[in-house]
Structures are given as structure tokens and as C-alpha cells.
Design a protein around this ligand. Structure first.
Ligand code: KG4
Ligand code: ZN
Length: 335
């Protein structure tokens, strides 16, 4: 069967066409609103909702065209039901439901975080739970065990900012454009990771929770106590040190969770999972400990429509599809 996946929870209007047996992405275009939010240094929900409204039909048509199918070939539509921004979610859900009704096909709500985790599954469709998952995005940082039948056990999450949010907010303090995560990774690759020791909150505590707000404050103090010229001249080294601190926290807590659960499979997802330094640090540990490690392809790490269709296909295979009112709109996925 052919699936349409629609993602509109934040600042990307995305739509993908997927075949489910065998699972294959036929198209996966998106419209990024970054330019529209850049001026404000972060996502403005009202602007996001309006941009989704303007672009959603265009992107759906593009997805259908690039997949070389017609609308009538689609068997079901999956859309992001939450978590995310209310206005943007409403645009995606209304469009998906309207189109499904028009085509006489079913539509299913998908949890955005389940979508992120399903991105890695797309390259490894034989993967079966239980496994440990690390979700690192602009809005979430969670360590969760995925058990059979989409039952989840929360091991830890951020008490304040998410990892992507930490990248973006610290980047803003350093004068970098929004979103700063990918750029910090790029600049940091050429820098000295020991240039400055930024703090690693909760790193040695015996639990799975994260905290990044102190890091943000320490970057603010650092910027205040140095000249703009100094920051500019040493931006690669500062980004390398900042990235090192964030990645160190993420990797340490993931190791804590692997030891605690004794699980031998780790699946990572979310925008920050595109980070090369995080990938290589996790890879080094997992190789040493013979743990199977799965990432999405870098392009599928950030928000996209394919991960939403993938999550629905996974659920369809287990006869566990959800309608919109059954999707828990925020984490934890389990009580
Ligand atoms: O998953 P995502 O696309 O959207 C949310 O669900 O939030 O994640 C976006 C986040 C942003 O904070 C962005 O700065 C971060 O992912 N990000 C990165 C990289 N690429 C995107 N952070 C670090 N390194 C990257 N290469
Ligand atoms: Zn996301």
C-alpha cells in the first residue's frame, strides 16, 4: 500500500510518499520556514501556522509528483498529531483529515517523537524491540526504552532546555543565526574541544535526567566576560568546547541507561542526531561494548514526512494504528 506522511509540528512543512511492502521512500520533499523565523532568532508560532497553511498543498502536490503517483494511488494518510505547536499541528491535521475524507481513505495520528525514532527503523526495518532510544531534538531530550507493542518506559528527560534548544540558544548568545546546531557542529569540527571547560550538569548523578539551562547561563557569562572580537576570533574553539560539553552529557547519560537496562541495542533520533561528533562518540562506545547502534540517515534526522509515514507503517504492521484522539500529545509516551 502507498502511504502519505504529513509533518507540520514546528517549522518545516513536510510530506512524503512511502510504499510499505517492502518499505521504501518514493518522495520526501519539505519546505523549511527557517528564513521566516530567522529575523526573530527562534520559531514564532503564528508565523509558522500561516506558513504551513500557505505551503501544505504545494508540498503535498510536490510529494505526489516526485513519487510518480496520483492522489488516487494513496491508501492511507499519516499526520503528526503532537507534540508540537498548536496552530501548525492543526493545519497539518485538518489538511490530512480533509484529504483523506475526499479520497475515501483512512487517516492516522502519529506521535512526532515516535516518528523521529522510526526514521532509524527506515534503514533497518527488521529491527524489533526491546531497545534503548535516545531522542534529541529542538524540543525534547529523552531516554526511553521501547518495549513490544509500542509500550514505552521513560528513563530520563531534560528538566529544562532540550539538547537542540541548548545548541540554538547558546548559538544565539554567540551571535550565530537560528537554528545554530548544525553550524556549531561545522565550526566546532575545526576547533579545540578543550579550549574552554563548559559545565556538565547532572553528569555524574545516578539517574537519566538532563539539564542544559546552566550551560546556557555559563555561555552568557562567558560572552559577557570576553570582548566580541575575542569571541569572533575564537569561534571555532568555543563551538568545539560547547559541542563537547553537550555531547559529553548526552553520551554519559546514554551510557548510564545502557548499563542500567543491560540492553544491547540503541536507537537514536531527532535533529541533534545529525551531529557528527555525537555520532562518532556513541559509535566508539557501542563498538567497544558490542552494542548495536542505529541512526537515521542525516537527512532523516531532522523533521520530515517520511518518518511520520514510517511510524504509521510500523504500527500498521503490529495492528496498533491510532486515530488522532488516541495519540498522547506529549512525552512521556508511557505513564
Ligand atoms: O528534530 P528537529 O528537526 O525538530 C524538533 O522536533 O525539534 O530538531 C531540530 C533541532 C534544532 O535545535 C537544531 O539546531 C538541531 O536539531 N540540529 C543539530 C544539528 N542539526 C540539527 N544540532 C547539532 N548538530 C547538528 N548537526
Ligand atoms: Zn522533530
Amino acid at each position: 500500500m502507498i502511504w502519505l506522511g504529513i509533518e507540520s509540528s514546528c517549522d518545516e512543512t513536510a510530506c512524503a510518499v512511502l510504499e510499505d511492502n517492502p518499505v521504501k521512500i518514493l518522495s520526501n520533499p519539505l519546505y523549511s520556514q527557517i528564513e521566516e523565523h530567522n529575523l526573530y532568532g527562534g520559531v514564532v508560532p503564528e508565523i509558522a501556522a500561516r506558513a504551513h497553511l500557505q505551503k501544505i498543498a504545494v508540498i503535498v502536490q510536490k510529494a505526489v509528483k516526485e513519487a510518480h503517483i496520483s492522489l488516487n494511488d494513496i491508501g492511507a494518510i499519516a499526520f503528526t498529531a503532537g507534540p508540537g505547536l498548536m496552530g501548525p499541528l492543526l493545519v497539518g491535521a485538518s489538511f490530512a483529515k480533509g484529504l483523506a475524507k475526499d479520497l475515501g481513505i483512512p487517516s492516522y495520528g502519529v506521535n512526532h517523537l515516535e516518528g523521529h525514532l522510526s526514521a532509524a527503523w527506515l534503514s533497518n526495518p527488521n529491527l524489533k524491540p526491546p531497545f534503548l532510544t535516545l531522542t534529541v531534538s529542538g524540543g525534547h531530550t529523552e531516554l526511553v526504552v521501547e518495549n513490544a507493542n509500542f509500550e514505552y518506559t521513560l528513563l530520563g528527560r531534560t528538566r529544562d532546555d532540550a539538547a537542540g534548544e541548548a545548541f540554538d540558544k547558546c548559538g544565539k548568545l554567540l551571535g550565530l543565526p537560528y537554528p545554530a546546531g548544525a553550524l556549531i557542529g561545522k565550526l566546532g569540527a575545526n576547533g579545540n574541544r578543550k579550549f574552554h571547560a563548559f559545565p556538565r550538569a547532572l553528569k555524574h548523578d545516578d539517574h537519566g535526567d538532563f539539564s542544559f539551562s546552566g550551560l546556557k547561563t555559563s555561555v552568557l557569562r562567558y560572552v559577557e566576560s570576553n570582548t566580541p572580537e575575542f569571541i569572533q576570533e575564537n569561534i571555532n574553539d568555543i563551538c568545539a568546547s560547547l559541542e563537547e560539553a553537550i555531547v559529553d552529557i548526552l553520551v554519559s547519560k546514554t551510557i548510564w541507561a545502557l548499563k542500567k537496562t543491560q540492553l544491547k541495542t540503541l536507537l537514536v533520533g531527532g535533529g541533534v542526531s545529525a551531529n557528527t561528533h555525537l555520532r562518532s562518540k556513541l559509535k566508539a562506545y557501542c563498538e567497544r561494548k558490542q552494542i548495536n547502534l542505529y541512526f537515521p540517515t542525516p537527512a532523516l534526522s531532522t523533521d520530515n514526512g517520511a518518518m511520520i509515514a514510517a511510524a504509521a507503517i510500523r504500527r500498521a504492521q503490529e495492528h496498533a494504528l491510532l486515530n488522532i484522539s488516541e495519540v498522547k500529545p506529549w512525552m512521556p509516551l508511557a505513564p
